[in-house]
Design a protein around this ligand. Sequence first.
Ligand code: ATP
Ligand code: MG
Length: 228
Amino acid sequence: MSPVLEIEALSAWYGEAQILFDVDLTLGRGEVVALMGRNGAGKSTTLKAIMGLGVRVDGAVRFLGQSIVGAPAYRIARAGLGYVPEDRRIFKGLTLEENLDIGRHPPRTWPDGRPAPSWTQADLFRLFPNLARMPGRAGGAMSGGEQQMLTVARTLMSNPLALLLDEPSEGVAPLIVEEMAATVRALKAEGLSVLLCEQNLGFARAVADRAVVLEQGRVCFSGTMDAL
Ligand code: ATP
Ligand code: MG
């Protein structure tokens, strides 16, 4: 079975400044890969380059065997690649439930036609008990960590086939990091693949099968969490 996401010789530029240099990375079905590295190493840029957002790219990116280089981000998302960016976008004037509803997409199938996992609001409230405790709450009246959970939950409402998560544990209390970790494990158990930018080594170790480490835009390590 071909990988869910295949990245070959991916380079990326902001204007004239080259940020990524020939990055290779694959994400198999049901695999969780931690993309690690120091501040500024190029982790977020890798996710932006995959989604075609705000960077010029060169190289190959295939999602479920199809090239997605040059495709607009909304179309990539519609094809089932969920993306939770660094800057959390919630609708402050809408309630928690309305925010979740905005992400909704009908259930999907895998390329071979089998049904893919799908999530209801009730499922997400089971995954994120902290969200379940605030029915009707306005997005703007939620803490940073709660908004972070909401963006992950809203992306799951789109029933993605794979997920790109940019530092879901950032600025989040340890208890909620635990919920995030449990959620990532639940997604993996359902056969979803997750590429996780993460600086929190504890969190990465708790969920990831493998790590890819970037240094100044180049892959400097790729291997098991134990070898890291
Ligand atoms: P962090 O751990 O701090 O989130 P990161 O590994 O995600 O870091 P990136 O955000 O990918 O790092 O940034 C990589 C490099 O690209 C940095 O040197 C950064 O200054 C630069 N950069 C990021 N965004 C832009 C932009 N919009 N325009 C120009 N340069 C940028
Ligand atoms: Mg980043």
